[in-house]
Design a protein around this ligand. Sequence first.
Ligand code: ADP
Ligand code: MG
Length: 372
Amino acid sequence: MKLSELTVKSYRNLEDNKFEFSSGINYIYGNNAQGKTNLLEAIWMLTGTRSFRGSKDFQLIKFNKECASLTGNSMLEGRSQEIKINFALGKRKIFLNGVAKKSLSEIVGKFRAVLFSPVHLSLVKDGPENRRKFLDAAICQLKPVYTRTIIEYNQTLKHRNALLKSILKNHKNSYFLDVWNQKLTELGVEVVKFRMDYLSQFIQNLKQIYSEISGTQERLNLSYVSTIKKNDLNLCSEKEIESNFLNSLKNNELSDIKSGSTSVGPHKDELDIILNEKSLRNFGSQGQQRSAVLAMKLAEVAVIENKIQDSPVILLDDVMSELDENRKEYLVSKLKNRQAFITGCDNNLSKSVDKIFKFKIFNGKLVNKQFN
Ligand SMILES: Nc1ncnc2c1ncn2[C@@H]1O[C@H](COP(=O)(O)OP(=O)(O)O)[C@@H](O)[C@H]1O
Ligand SMILES: [Mg+2]
């Protein structure tokens, strides 16, 4: 996967421009608040997923403008393709090779990227929601059909929760819950299957990469803690997961009605990150947490490469300055033969990189471009 060109129009503070990128390392540098992250975010938007800053479309359009557009030309499996996204207030238009698509989800999987930024430390530090999002987003890029599964699961969950509330408020008959229980179970099993399949490869890569980064005997592991079944889900058949989920829904029905929300299911499952048998979140040092997040990101890259024999584009926003020399070098070594976009403040990226395209951004404008 290589992004050769990106045309931006009225996107954030970026001046209208057509960027031509190298298929190796692209280093985007400049002072704070000049538009470096905006450029990375513009590239990320081509993946068809949400802005990694959680921004709404109106925030992406340049102040005082009515619409913005991004056009990316990339290579997918040896063929060139063009992804175009028009953002207008309240309306979005997406084109793949000139053909209009109904929603962004239709282009998921056409342009794959893995992003690593300092906000990803929250993957370890924050609650389970971020980790579930990380997992689901990683799977969506790899298996675009999963996007539909997740959307349908969440819609069904919403219906069930609405009914739970109305049972309590309007004394509605709980009989109708069975319909939603059934649907939620079927979709929930799908979600769990996708996650298990992904994790089996992900965890293997994660362990290996972490030990390479840390260079010590420390062992990083990850475990999927299900609200459906406490035992190892990998050992359960689909039927078992399904009946366990249905039973859990039934067993928790009364408390769910009281709280107006569904207490069990993949939307409540947790990913525990464990270092040497202890919770990394509770006991890990800052350095160990950083290494773990870096390992998670690189494992994400590795799984994509194993499954589709193509590298995702790697986006590193402001992470280089946060890493010590060893980890920086390790990361740079992993960028070989891959396309990367890296942002930073200094003019120089790292001693260990020789061929590099540099883009200097000042006030949203590309002011200097050089190759060395
Ligand atoms: N919709 C927008 N229109 C114009 N400018 C914007 C918009 N959204 C953000 N900005 C500006 O972009 C700048 C931040 O750019 P950013 O890429 O985050 O900087 P950095 O170079 O530090 O990564 C800020 O000055 C901010 O005001
Ligand atoms: Mg930035």
